[in-house]
Unconditional design. Sequence first.
Length: 496
Amino acid sequence: MPHRQPDAQRWSLRVDPPWSLEAWRNGARDALLRGIAPEQLDWLEGSDASLLDAPAVSSAPMLADAGVPNVPRDFLELAATCLCHRDVQRMALLYRLLWRITHGERSVLSNPADADVLRATALAKAVRRDTHKMKAFVRFREVPGQPDAFIAWFEPQHHIVDRVAPFFARRFTGMRWAILTPSRSVAWDGQALAFGPGARREDAPAEDAREALWQTYYASIFNPARLNTRMMMQEMPAKYWRHLPEAQLLPRLVRDAGDRVQEMHDRPAQAPQRKIPARAPMPAADTKGLQTLRQQALACRQCPLWEAATQVVFGEGPVDARIMVVGEQPGDVEDLRGQPFAGPAGQLLDRALAELGIDRATLYLTNAVKHFHHERRGRIRLHKRPESRHIQACRPWLMGEIARVRPQIIVCLGATAAASVFGRDFNLSHDRGRWHTLEDGTRGYATVHPAWVLRQGGDARREAGYRLFREDLRQMLRGDGESAGHGPALPRAGDR
Protein backbone atom coordinates (compact mmCIF):
# COMPACT_ATOMS: atom_id res chain seq x y z
CA MET A 1 0.00 0.00 0.00
CA PRO A 2 2.40 2.72 -1.19
CA HIS A 3 -0.13 5.55 -1.40
CA ARG A 4 -1.79 7.62 1.33
CA GLN A 5 -4.20 10.48 1.81
CA PRO A 6 -2.88 14.08 1.90
CA ASP A 7 -1.28 14.84 5.25
CA ALA A 8 -3.40 17.95 5.83
CA GLN A 9 -6.63 15.95 5.99
CA ARG A 10 -7.82 14.32 9.22
CA TRP A 11 -10.41 11.59 9.55
CA SER A 12 -12.42 10.03 12.39
CA LEU A 13 -13.29 6.40 13.04
CA ARG A 14 -15.83 5.20 15.61
CA VAL A 15 -15.57 1.75 17.26
CA ASP A 16 -18.64 0.42 19.08
CA PRO A 17 -18.33 -1.47 21.33
CA PRO A 18 -14.79 -0.23 21.92
CA TRP A 19 -13.51 -3.63 23.16
CA SER A 20 -14.73 -5.53 20.08
CA LEU A 21 -12.00 -6.92 17.83
CA GLU A 22 -14.47 -7.28 14.97
CA ALA A 23 -15.60 -3.64 15.20
CA TRP A 24 -12.03 -2.34 15.41
CA ARG A 25 -10.77 -4.64 12.63
CA ASN A 26 -13.52 -3.56 10.22
CA GLY A 27 -12.76 0.10 10.84
CA ALA A 28 -9.00 -0.36 10.62
CA ARG A 29 -9.38 -2.26 7.33
CA ASP A 30 -11.43 0.62 5.87
CA ALA A 31 -8.77 3.12 6.92
CA LEU A 32 -5.98 1.02 5.40
CA LEU A 33 -7.82 0.61 2.10
CA ARG A 34 -8.14 4.40 1.92
CA GLY A 35 -4.49 5.01 2.73
CA ILE A 36 -5.15 6.92 5.95
CA ALA A 37 -1.95 7.12 8.00
CA PRO A 38 -2.00 6.67 11.79
CA GLU A 39 -1.27 10.34 12.46
CA GLN A 40 -4.31 11.36 10.34
CA LEU A 41 -6.83 9.31 12.29
CA ASP A 42 -8.94 10.24 15.33
CA TRP A 43 -10.34 7.16 17.13
CA LEU A 44 -13.75 7.48 18.83
CA GLU A 45 -15.18 5.04 21.38
CA GLY A 46 -18.88 4.16 21.44
CA SER A 47 -20.96 7.35 21.44
CA ASP A 48 -18.07 9.73 22.21
CA ALA A 49 -18.19 13.00 20.30
CA SER A 50 -15.30 14.21 18.15
CA LEU A 51 -13.78 17.49 19.35
CA LEU A 52 -12.19 18.13 15.96
CA ASP A 53 -15.32 17.20 14.00
CA ALA A 54 -13.26 15.30 11.43
CA PRO A 55 -15.15 13.54 8.62
CA ALA A 56 -15.72 9.81 8.91
CA VAL A 57 -13.26 7.39 7.33
CA SER A 58 -16.03 5.99 5.13
CA SER A 59 -16.19 9.30 3.24
CA ALA A 60 -12.51 9.15 2.24
CA PRO A 61 -11.77 8.03 -1.34
CA MET A 62 -10.64 4.45 -1.82
CA LEU A 63 -7.11 3.89 -3.16
CA ALA A 64 -7.06 2.72 -6.74
CA ASP A 65 -4.73 -0.21 -6.04
CA ALA A 66 -6.05 -1.05 -2.57
CA GLY A 67 -5.98 -4.69 -1.58
CA VAL A 68 -7.27 -6.52 1.49
CA PRO A 69 -4.43 -6.50 4.06
CA ASN A 70 -3.04 -9.80 5.34
CA VAL A 71 -1.70 -9.71 8.89
CA PRO A 72 -0.19 -12.35 11.22
CA ARG A 73 -2.52 -14.23 13.58
CA ASP A 74 -0.33 -13.13 16.51
CA PHE A 75 -1.28 -9.52 15.83
CA LEU A 76 -5.01 -10.29 15.91
CA GLU A 77 -4.64 -12.11 19.22
CA LEU A 78 -2.65 -9.19 20.64
CA ALA A 79 -5.26 -6.72 19.36
CA ALA A 80 -8.18 -8.69 20.83
CA THR A 81 -6.54 -8.53 24.26
CA CYS A 82 -5.34 -4.90 24.10
CA LEU A 83 -8.77 -3.60 23.05
CA CYS A 84 -10.15 -4.69 26.44
CA HIS A 85 -7.78 -2.22 28.15
CA ARG A 86 -9.13 1.19 29.19
CA ASP A 87 -6.16 3.10 27.78
CA VAL A 88 -7.63 5.72 25.42
CA GLN A 89 -4.61 5.39 23.11
CA ARG A 90 -4.88 1.62 22.61
CA MET A 91 -6.73 1.82 19.26
CA ALA A 92 -4.26 4.32 17.82
CA LEU A 93 -1.38 2.15 19.09
CA LEU A 94 -2.77 -0.96 17.41
CA TYR A 95 -3.44 0.87 14.16
CA ARG A 96 0.10 2.21 14.16
CA LEU A 97 1.39 -1.36 14.50
CA LEU A 98 -0.99 -2.51 11.77
CA TRP A 99 0.22 0.27 9.47
CA ARG A 100 3.82 -0.73 10.05
CA ILE A 101 3.08 -4.42 9.44
CA THR A 102 1.41 -3.66 6.11
CA HIS A 103 4.02 -1.09 5.04
CA GLY A 104 7.25 -3.07 5.13
CA GLU A 105 7.69 -4.07 8.81
CA ARG A 106 5.83 -7.38 8.84
CA SER A 107 8.03 -8.89 11.57
CA VAL A 108 7.83 -5.92 13.93
CA LEU A 109 6.09 -8.01 16.64
CA SER A 110 9.21 -10.18 16.93
CA ASN A 111 11.16 -7.19 18.28
CA PRO A 112 10.34 -6.99 22.03
CA ALA A 113 12.43 -3.81 22.36
CA ASP A 114 10.26 -1.85 19.92
CA ALA A 115 8.42 0.94 21.76
CA ASP A 116 5.01 0.16 20.23
CA VAL A 117 5.39 -3.58 20.78
CA LEU A 118 6.55 -2.99 24.34
CA ARG A 119 3.51 -0.81 25.10
CA ALA A 120 1.03 -3.22 23.49
CA THR A 121 2.54 -6.14 25.39
CA ALA A 122 2.15 -4.23 28.66
CA LEU A 123 -1.52 -3.49 27.91
CA ALA A 124 -2.18 -7.15 27.07
CA LYS A 125 -0.49 -8.30 30.26
CA ALA A 126 -2.66 -5.98 32.35
CA VAL A 127 -5.82 -7.31 30.69
CA ARG A 128 -4.81 -10.92 31.26
CA ARG A 129 -4.08 -10.18 34.91
CA ASP A 130 -7.46 -8.49 35.33
CA THR A 131 -9.10 -11.49 33.65
CA HIS A 132 -7.39 -13.85 36.09
CA LYS A 133 -8.53 -11.77 39.06
CA MET A 134 -12.14 -11.76 37.89
CA LYS A 135 -12.13 -15.55 37.56
CA ALA A 136 -10.63 -15.86 41.05
CA PHE A 137 -12.58 -13.24 42.99
CA VAL A 138 -16.14 -13.26 41.64
CA ARG A 139 -18.47 -14.45 44.41
CA PHE A 140 -22.06 -15.37 43.57
CA ARG A 141 -24.83 -14.73 46.06
CA GLU A 142 -28.22 -16.42 45.95
CA VAL A 143 -31.15 -14.25 44.92
CA PRO A 144 -33.73 -14.24 47.74
CA GLY A 145 -36.91 -16.06 46.78
CA GLN A 146 -35.46 -17.43 43.53
CA PRO A 147 -34.09 -20.97 43.86
CA ASP A 148 -30.95 -21.74 41.87
CA ALA A 149 -30.51 -18.09 40.82
CA PHE A 150 -27.34 -16.18 41.71
CA ILE A 151 -25.91 -12.70 41.19
CA ALA A 152 -22.35 -11.46 41.63
CA TRP A 153 -21.02 -7.90 41.79
CA PHE A 154 -17.53 -7.19 40.51
CA GLU A 155 -15.53 -4.09 39.58
CA PRO A 156 -13.00 -5.00 36.89
CA GLN A 157 -10.31 -2.57 35.94
CA HIS A 158 -10.77 -3.11 32.20
CA HIS A 159 -13.46 -4.08 29.64
CA ILE A 160 -13.23 -7.82 30.25
CA VAL A 161 -16.84 -8.93 30.90
CA ASP A 162 -17.37 -10.22 27.34
CA ARG A 163 -13.96 -11.89 27.47
CA VAL A 164 -14.54 -13.74 30.74
CA ALA A 165 -18.26 -14.57 30.49
CA PRO A 166 -17.77 -17.80 28.45
CA PHE A 167 -15.52 -19.15 31.25
CA PHE A 168 -18.32 -18.78 33.80
CA ALA A 169 -20.83 -20.28 31.36
CA ARG A 170 -18.66 -23.39 31.09
CA ARG A 171 -17.90 -23.54 34.80
CA PHE A 172 -21.45 -22.94 36.07
CA THR A 173 -23.51 -24.42 33.25
CA GLY A 174 -26.15 -25.88 35.49
CA MET A 175 -27.23 -22.74 37.35
CA ARG A 176 -28.78 -19.41 36.41
CA TRP A 177 -26.48 -16.50 37.20
CA ALA A 178 -25.65 -12.88 36.44
CA ILE A 179 -22.48 -10.84 36.89
CA LEU A 180 -22.97 -7.10 37.36
CA THR A 181 -20.23 -4.49 36.89
CA PRO A 182 -20.39 -0.68 36.73
CA SER A 183 -20.08 -0.63 32.91
CA ARG A 184 -21.38 -4.00 31.68
CA SER A 185 -23.53 -6.93 32.79
CA VAL A 186 -23.97 -10.51 31.64
CA ALA A 187 -26.53 -13.19 32.48
CA TRP A 188 -26.66 -16.95 31.83
CA ASP A 189 -30.04 -18.72 31.68
CA GLY A 190 -28.62 -22.21 31.24
CA GLN A 191 -28.65 -21.96 27.45
CA ALA A 192 -27.14 -18.66 26.27
CA LEU A 193 -25.30 -15.56 27.47
CA ALA A 194 -27.08 -12.19 27.39
CA PHE A 195 -25.14 -8.93 27.76
CA GLY A 196 -26.51 -5.61 28.97
CA PRO A 197 -25.54 -2.21 30.36
CA GLY A 198 -23.80 -1.60 33.66
CA ALA A 199 -25.50 -1.77 37.04
CA ARG A 200 -25.22 -0.50 40.61
CA ARG A 201 -23.80 -2.30 43.60
CA GLU A 202 -27.26 -2.19 45.19
CA ASP A 203 -28.66 -4.34 42.37
CA ALA A 204 -26.78 -7.39 43.70
CA PRO A 205 -27.65 -9.19 46.97
CA ALA A 206 -25.63 -7.95 49.93
CA GLU A 207 -25.13 -11.44 51.39
CA ASP A 208 -26.72 -14.86 51.62
CA ALA A 209 -27.06 -17.69 54.12
CA ARG A 210 -24.13 -19.65 52.71
CA GLU A 211 -21.54 -17.00 53.56
CA ALA A 212 -21.43 -17.79 57.27
CA LEU A 213 -20.72 -21.44 56.44
CA TRP A 214 -18.04 -20.42 53.93
CA GLN A 215 -16.38 -18.13 56.48
CA THR A 216 -16.32 -20.94 59.03
CA TYR A 217 -14.69 -23.26 56.51
CA TYR A 218 -12.17 -20.61 55.39
CA ALA A 219 -11.12 -19.88 58.98
CA SER A 220 -10.64 -23.61 59.64
CA ILE A 221 -8.30 -24.12 56.66
CA PHE A 222 -6.32 -20.89 57.15
CA ASN A 223 -2.76 -21.95 57.97
CA PRO A 224 -0.98 -19.26 60.02
CA ALA A 225 2.37 -21.00 59.63
CA ARG A 226 2.30 -20.32 55.88
CA LEU A 227 1.15 -16.72 56.12
CA ASN A 228 3.06 -14.38 53.81
CA THR A 229 1.36 -10.99 53.96
CA ARG A 230 3.33 -9.49 51.08
CA MET A 231 2.50 -12.36 48.73
CA MET A 232 -1.14 -12.40 49.87
CA MET A 233 -1.52 -8.70 49.10
CA GLN A 234 0.16 -9.20 45.73
CA GLU A 235 -2.17 -12.01 44.70
CA MET A 236 -5.28 -10.65 46.42
CA PRO A 237 -5.03 -6.82 46.45
CA ALA A 238 -7.13 -4.99 49.02
CA LYS A 239 -9.35 -3.47 46.30
CA TYR A 240 -10.91 -6.93 45.78
CA TRP A 241 -11.62 -7.54 49.46
CA ARG A 242 -15.04 -5.90 49.36
CA HIS A 243 -16.17 -8.64 46.96
CA LEU A 244 -15.03 -11.50 49.21
CA PRO A 245 -16.90 -12.71 52.32
CA GLU A 246 -13.72 -14.31 53.69
CA ALA A 247 -11.90 -10.95 53.54
CA GLN A 248 -13.84 -9.83 56.62
CA LEU A 249 -11.90 -12.47 58.58
CA LEU A 250 -8.44 -11.60 57.28
CA PRO A 251 -7.53 -8.76 59.71
CA ARG A 252 -8.24 -11.03 62.70
CA LEU A 253 -6.59 -14.08 61.16
CA VAL A 254 -3.46 -12.11 60.30
CA ARG A 255 -3.37 -10.48 63.74
CA ASP A 256 -3.67 -13.79 65.57
CA ALA A 257 -1.33 -15.71 63.26
CA GLY A 258 1.70 -15.39 65.57
CA ASP A 259 -0.15 -16.72 68.60
CA ARG A 260 -1.63 -19.61 66.60
CA VAL A 261 1.80 -20.59 65.24
CA GLN A 262 3.21 -20.60 68.78
CA GLU A 263 0.27 -22.69 69.95
CA MET A 264 0.93 -25.18 67.15
CA HIS A 265 4.62 -25.27 68.11
CA ASP A 266 3.85 -25.98 71.77
CA ARG A 267 1.29 -28.69 71.02
CA PRO A 268 2.57 -32.23 71.73
CA ALA A 269 3.39 -34.26 68.65
CA GLN A 270 0.75 -36.75 67.57
CA ALA A 271 1.01 -39.77 65.37
CA PRO A 272 -0.67 -39.42 61.95
CA GLN A 273 -4.30 -40.44 62.13
CA ARG A 274 -5.10 -40.51 58.43
CA LYS A 275 -6.24 -43.94 57.34
CA ILE A 276 -6.65 -45.14 53.80
CA PRO A 277 -10.17 -46.61 53.58
CA ALA A 278 -10.21 -50.32 52.97
CA ARG A 279 -11.56 -51.61 49.72
CA ALA A 280 -15.31 -51.90 49.78
CA PRO A 281 -16.68 -55.42 49.47
CA MET A 282 -18.38 -56.35 46.25
CA PRO A 283 -22.17 -56.31 46.56
CA ALA A 284 -23.33 -59.62 47.95
CA ALA A 285 -25.94 -61.64 46.10
CA ASP A 286 -28.40 -61.42 48.97
CA THR A 287 -28.04 -57.66 49.59
CA LYS A 288 -31.49 -56.10 49.31
CA GLY A 289 -32.40 -52.71 47.98
CA LEU A 290 -30.79 -49.99 45.90
CA GLN A 291 -30.14 -47.89 48.99
CA THR A 292 -27.83 -50.54 50.46
CA LEU A 293 -26.04 -50.84 47.12
CA ARG A 294 -25.67 -47.07 46.96
CA GLN A 295 -24.13 -46.95 50.44
CA GLN A 296 -21.65 -49.67 49.51
CA ALA A 297 -20.67 -47.82 46.32
CA LEU A 298 -19.84 -44.66 48.31
CA ALA A 299 -16.82 -46.47 49.77
CA CYS A 300 -15.64 -47.98 46.49
CA ARG A 301 -11.85 -47.94 46.05
CA GLN A 302 -11.58 -50.53 43.28
CA CYS A 303 -9.82 -48.07 40.91
CA PRO A 304 -7.97 -44.72 41.36
CA LEU A 305 -10.83 -42.53 40.06
CA TRP A 306 -12.19 -41.93 43.56
CA GLU A 307 -9.12 -39.90 44.57
CA ALA A 308 -9.68 -36.94 42.21
CA ALA A 309 -13.48 -37.08 41.97
CA THR A 310 -15.80 -35.14 44.27
CA GLN A 311 -18.17 -38.01 44.97
CA VAL A 312 -19.77 -41.19 43.66
CA VAL A 313 -22.57 -40.41 41.21
CA PHE A 314 -25.01 -43.29 41.60
CA GLY A 315 -28.12 -43.94 39.54
CA GLU A 316 -31.50 -42.41 40.32
CA GLY A 317 -35.07 -43.13 39.38
CA PRO A 318 -37.96 -45.43 40.32
CA VAL A 319 -36.94 -48.77 41.84
CA ASP A 320 -39.47 -50.50 39.54
CA ALA A 321 -38.64 -48.51 36.40
CA ARG A 322 -39.52 -50.35 33.18
CA ILE A 323 -36.65 -48.65 31.31
CA MET A 324 -33.06 -48.07 32.43
CA VAL A 325 -30.85 -45.56 30.59
CA VAL A 326 -27.10 -46.16 30.98
CA GLY A 327 -24.54 -43.47 30.10
CA GLU A 328 -20.75 -43.42 30.12
CA GLN A 329 -19.65 -41.58 33.27
CA PRO A 330 -20.53 -38.42 35.22
CA GLY A 331 -19.23 -35.10 33.87
CA ASP A 332 -18.10 -31.97 35.68
CA VAL A 333 -21.62 -30.82 36.63
CA GLU A 334 -22.72 -34.31 37.64
CA ASP A 335 -19.61 -34.75 39.81
CA LEU A 336 -20.40 -31.54 41.69
CA ARG A 337 -24.14 -32.20 42.06
CA GLY A 338 -24.03 -35.96 42.62
CA GLN A 339 -26.79 -36.59 40.04
CA PRO A 340 -26.55 -38.37 36.66
CA PHE A 341 -27.30 -36.42 33.46
CA ALA A 342 -27.39 -33.01 35.14
CA GLY A 343 -25.02 -31.18 32.77
CA PRO A 344 -25.22 -30.09 29.10
CA ALA A 345 -25.54 -33.68 27.84
CA GLY A 346 -28.36 -34.28 30.31
CA GLN A 347 -30.11 -31.13 29.11
CA LEU A 348 -29.96 -32.43 25.55
CA LEU A 349 -31.38 -35.76 26.73
CA ASP A 350 -34.20 -33.90 28.52
CA ARG A 351 -34.98 -31.99 25.31
CA ALA A 352 -35.24 -35.20 23.29
CA LEU A 353 -37.40 -36.92 25.92
CA ALA A 354 -39.72 -33.92 26.11
CA GLU A 355 -40.15 -33.85 22.31
CA LEU A 356 -41.00 -37.56 22.37
CA GLY A 357 -43.44 -37.11 25.26
CA ILE A 358 -41.45 -39.35 27.62
CA ASP A 359 -41.41 -38.43 31.30
CA ARG A 360 -37.82 -38.53 32.58
CA ALA A 361 -39.11 -39.25 36.10
CA THR A 362 -40.27 -42.70 34.94
CA LEU A 363 -36.77 -43.75 33.82
CA TYR A 364 -33.91 -45.08 35.91
CA LEU A 365 -30.77 -43.12 34.87
CA THR A 366 -27.25 -44.27 35.67
CA ASN A 367 -23.72 -44.53 34.27
CA ALA A 368 -21.35 -47.41 33.55
CA VAL A 369 -18.61 -45.61 35.55
CA LYS A 370 -19.56 -43.91 38.82
CA HIS A 371 -16.64 -41.46 39.25
CA PHE A 372 -15.65 -38.50 37.04
CA HIS A 373 -12.48 -39.27 35.04
CA HIS A 374 -10.80 -35.98 34.09
CA GLU A 375 -7.59 -34.00 33.79
CA ARG A 376 -6.98 -30.47 35.00
CA ARG A 377 -6.07 -27.58 32.71
CA GLY A 378 -5.59 -24.74 35.15
CA ARG A 379 -8.91 -24.40 36.95
CA ILE A 380 -10.83 -26.34 34.29
CA ARG A 381 -11.52 -30.07 34.57
CA LEU A 382 -11.57 -31.67 31.14
CA HIS A 383 -13.45 -34.93 30.54
CA LYS A 384 -11.33 -38.02 29.79
CA ARG A 385 -12.72 -41.25 28.42
CA PRO A 386 -12.74 -43.98 31.09
CA GLU A 387 -10.23 -46.78 30.71
CA SER A 388 -11.13 -50.47 30.59
CA ARG A 389 -9.96 -50.97 34.19
CA HIS A 390 -12.36 -48.25 35.34
CA ILE A 391 -15.24 -49.87 33.46
CA GLN A 392 -14.46 -53.31 34.91
CA ALA A 393 -14.12 -51.92 38.45
CA CYS A 394 -17.57 -50.29 38.22
CA ARG A 395 -19.34 -53.11 36.38
CA PRO A 396 -20.47 -54.90 39.59
CA TRP A 397 -22.29 -51.72 40.66
CA LEU A 398 -24.05 -51.44 37.29
CA MET A 399 -24.97 -55.13 37.34
CA GLY A 400 -26.24 -54.66 40.88
CA GLU A 401 -28.49 -51.83 39.76
CA ILE A 402 -29.85 -53.92 36.87
CA ALA A 403 -30.50 -56.86 39.21
CA ARG A 404 -32.45 -54.73 41.69
CA VAL A 405 -34.40 -52.51 39.26
CA ARG A 406 -35.05 -55.44 36.87
CA PRO A 407 -35.91 -53.19 33.90
CA GLN A 408 -37.59 -54.64 30.82
CA ILE A 409 -35.54 -52.39 28.51
CA ILE A 410 -31.99 -51.05 28.79
CA VAL A 411 -30.94 -48.15 26.55
CA CYS A 412 -27.16 -47.66 26.35
CA LEU A 413 -25.85 -44.18 25.44
CA GLY A 414 -22.39 -44.46 23.89
CA ALA A 415 -19.82 -47.19 23.33
CA THR A 416 -18.69 -47.38 26.97
CA ALA A 417 -22.21 -48.09 28.24
CA ALA A 418 -22.86 -50.59 25.45
CA ALA A 419 -19.63 -52.48 26.20
CA SER A 420 -20.54 -52.65 29.90
CA VAL A 421 -23.99 -54.11 29.21
CA PHE A 422 -23.58 -56.13 25.99
CA GLY A 423 -19.89 -57.07 26.24
CA ARG A 424 -16.58 -55.74 24.97
CA ASP A 425 -17.17 -57.07 21.45
CA PHE A 426 -20.13 -54.76 20.91
CA ASN A 427 -19.57 -52.41 17.93
CA LEU A 428 -21.61 -49.23 18.26
CA SER A 429 -21.03 -48.13 14.64
CA HIS A 430 -22.38 -51.45 13.35
CA ASP A 431 -25.01 -52.33 15.97
CA ARG A 432 -26.45 -48.89 16.83
CA GLY A 433 -30.23 -49.07 17.15
CA ARG A 434 -30.43 -52.88 16.90
CA TRP A 435 -32.28 -54.76 19.60
CA HIS A 436 -30.40 -57.35 21.68
CA THR A 437 -31.59 -59.76 24.36
CA LEU A 438 -29.54 -60.44 27.50
CA GLU A 439 -29.32 -63.85 29.19
CA ASP A 440 -32.04 -62.93 31.69
CA GLY A 441 -34.41 -61.92 28.90
CA THR A 442 -33.95 -58.16 29.24
CA ARG A 443 -34.08 -56.41 25.87
CA GLY A 444 -31.95 -53.43 24.98
CA TYR A 445 -30.20 -51.41 22.32
CA ALA A 446 -27.51 -48.74 22.07
CA THR A 447 -27.30 -45.31 20.51
CA VAL A 448 -24.88 -42.38 20.61
CA HIS A 449 -24.25 -40.41 23.78
CA PRO A 450 -25.76 -36.89 23.83
CA ALA A 451 -22.26 -35.54 24.48
CA TRP A 452 -21.33 -36.86 21.02
CA VAL A 453 -24.09 -34.69 19.56
CA LEU A 454 -22.76 -31.62 21.36
CA ARG A 455 -19.26 -32.24 19.97
CA GLN A 456 -20.39 -32.11 16.35
CA GLY A 457 -18.90 -29.10 14.57
CA GLY A 458 -21.31 -26.66 12.94
CA ASP A 459 -25.03 -26.16 13.50
CA ALA A 460 -26.06 -28.37 10.58
CA ARG A 461 -24.02 -31.39 11.72
CA ARG A 462 -25.09 -30.89 15.32
CA GLU A 463 -28.77 -30.76 14.36
CA ALA A 464 -28.41 -33.87 12.18
CA GLY A 465 -26.75 -35.70 15.07
CA TYR A 466 -29.54 -34.62 17.40
CA ARG A 467 -32.24 -35.93 15.04
CA LEU A 468 -30.44 -39.30 14.85
CA PHE A 469 -30.21 -39.44 18.65
CA ARG A 470 -33.88 -38.52 19.14
CA GLU A 471 -35.12 -41.06 16.60
CA ASP A 472 -33.08 -43.78 18.32
CA LEU A 473 -34.69 -42.85 21.63
CA ARG A 474 -38.10 -43.16 19.99
CA GLN A 475 -37.56 -46.94 20.02
CA MET A 476 -38.22 -46.78 23.78
CA LEU A 477 -41.89 -46.24 22.98
CA ARG A 478 -42.15 -49.09 20.48
CA GLY A 479 -39.99 -51.48 22.50
CA ASP A 480 -41.80 -50.72 25.75
CA GLY A 481 -45.14 -51.52 24.19
CA GLU A 482 -43.82 -54.83 22.88
CA SER A 483 -42.22 -55.74 26.23
CA ALA A 484 -45.25 -54.76 28.26
CA GLY A 485 -47.67 -57.04 26.37
CA HIS A 486 -51.09 -56.14 27.71
CA GLY A 487 -49.68 -54.20 30.66
CA PRO A 488 -49.46 -50.40 30.95
CA ALA A 489 -47.21 -48.67 28.41
CA LEU A 490 -44.46 -46.19 29.22
CA PRO A 491 -46.06 -43.10 30.88
CA ARG A 492 -45.95 -39.91 28.85
CA ALA A 493 -44.90 -36.51 30.22
CA GLY A 494 -48.49 -35.32 30.44
CA ASP A 495 -49.82 -38.43 32.17
CA ARG A 496 -48.45 -37.66 35.62
